[in-house]
Design a protein around this ligand. Structure first.
Ligand code: SF4
Length: 464
């Protein structure tokens, strides 16, 4: 089977198993500054208004619903764990206020080509609340004929009636958070759900005509073994979702409080983690999935796999997308927007979010206006992450630079990755090889000026 030749060896995975950004943006969100406030965001939207009048560019919307009924111990998301349902009622009122406020600064009834509801747990909202939210969005935005409307679904909070309601509201894509089918692993991470209802949901989703169903898995969780994870993958293959996101668990208990409840002794060792990943890649490729990039797989007929083959893959805060590079308006607590050459992030706590909105202020608390250097590097990094190639001439023409001169040090550093067969380099371009796709963020990291500057500072400190 030729696909299996593309599976990276455990040795290669171990050698390139380095922590790094996922590059849903460049610069990454940890570089945003508090000096960037509501007025900067407002100005960026004003500039968009002018530009969109000329180009009629569609908008993507991300709406964050932060509530969860119980905490998963591996969680690193911005969420509020509560069973007090009235908090969602108050939050929706604020969200409605924000939507109206943001819309004032945009062109009249902007056209939306993509909507994603994420969290937290969007299905924490009941049917009436979801319908109301969609109604509010409908009032302020227009939609393209083929608009993608996706929602993250926690199978523990959804049944067939709920799916039918989501479909009736216009959602056409689902993302199911599974993580692992093994009962012991589920208990160790405090996210217990039995497999048969998930199987039913999947079938119902298909019967209802959802165009694409994604399943999230995580490797590196407590008590996972190559054998137990192989069983999970076999169940996944039986479920046959259109897309699979396979994330690696990063244990950072000093940063993420819920992770302190995970017994470190129960975590798979680094070599076992590599085995888990290698086994998962092998199983998914063998089952006929295409490797899309980073941690994403899709069936060859799925829009994401097609976009990859046709060089139309893009990336935004939700990961890979078929939507062309455009503006994203983030709504809700902690949501991030990308408008033109600016990123802006909303208040991260419900208190501050509420405080701003009750004063009728945009809830932007930090962000970044990209410099020319950031824009050039964003083009290079997104080219690598999405198309797997950077043609020097196209960057030179778009940004008026001499590529080999500007990136002399980076090109030098690329040699080591070329030697390992992860990229191919010529005087005209860098191409990520099929094997290199599994390590594409490592290639991108070489062009991340902020990261490289930190590394140099760190090296300097050690020498002193
Ligand atoms: S992983 Fe998802 S469902 Fe679990 S606590 Fe975090 S945000 Fe909530």
């Amino acid at each position: 089977m030729p696909e299996l030749l593309l599976t990276p060896s455990p040795q290669l995975l171990a050698r390139h198993d380095i922590a790094g950004p996922r590059y849903t943006s460049y610069p990454t969100a940890d570089r945003f500054v508090e000096a960037f406030g509501p007025q900067d965001h407002q100005r960026a939207m004003g500039r968009r208004q002018d530009a969109s009048l000329a180009r009629g560019q569609a908008l993507a919307l991300y709406v964050h619903i932060p509530f969860c009924e119980s905490v998963c111990y591996y969680c690193a998301c911005n969420k509020v764990v509560t069973r007090k349902r009235e908090r969602a009622v108050d939050y929706l009122r604020l969200l409605e206020r924000e939507i109206a406020l943001q819309a004032q600064h945009l062109e009249r009834r902007p056209t939306v080509s993509q909507l994603h509801l994420g969290g937290g747990t969007p299905t924490y909202l009941d049917d009436g609340q979801l319908a109301h939210l969609m109604d509010v969005l409908q009032r302020h935005f227009g939609w393209t004929a083929k608009a993608e409307r996706s929602i993250e679904v926690d199978p523990r909070t959804a049944d067939s009636q709920r799916l039918a309601h989501l479909r009736a509201l216009g959602f056409n894509r689902l993302s199911l958070g599974i993580q692992d089918f093994d009962a012991q692993v589920q208990q160790a991470v405090h996210r217990v759900q039995s497999t048969p209802p998930v199987m039913d949901l999947m079938q119902q989703g298909r019967d209802l005509g959802f165009e694409s169903i994604n399943v999230d898995l995580i490797y590196g969780l407590p008590l996972q073994t190559p054998e137990s994870f192989a069983r999970t993958l076999n169940t996944l293959v039986e479920l046959s979702p259109d897309r699979v996101a396979l994330y690696g668990y990063a244990h950072l208990p000093e940063r993420f409080k819920p992770q302190r409840r995970i017994d470190e002794a129960s975590l798979p060792s680094a070599p076992v983690k590599v085995q888990l990943l290698a086994g998962a890649i092998h199983t998914l490729l063998d089952a006929g999935y295409d490797y899309v990039g980073m941690d994403h797989f899709a069936k060859p007929g799925d829009a994401l796999a097609q976009a990859k083959r046709q060089g139309r893959l893009h990336r935004n805060f939700q990961g890979y997308t078929t939507q062309s590079e455009g503006d994203v308006l983030g709504l809700g607590v902690s949501a991030i927007s990308r408008i033109g050459a600016c990123y802006s992030q909303n208040a991260k706590t419900l208190e501050e979010y509420e405080d701003r909105l009750l004063r009728s202020e945009l809830p932007t608390v930090r962000g970044l206006a990209l410099s020319h250097d950031d824009l050039v590097r964003r083009a290079v990094i997104m080219g690598l992450m999405c198309q797997g190639r950077v043609a020097f001439e196209s960057v030179e023409l778009a940004y008026l630079i001499d590529f080999e001169h500007t990136f002399a040090a980076e090109l030098e550093a690329c040699q080591a990755l070329a030697k390992d067969g992860l990229i191919e380099m010529s005087s005209r371009e860098i191409v990520v090889t099929e094997l290199g796709w599994f390590f594409v963020r490592e290639v991108a990291m070489l062009f991340d000026r902020h990261l490289q500057a930190d590394r140099q500072r760190a090296r300097y400190s050690r020498v002193i």
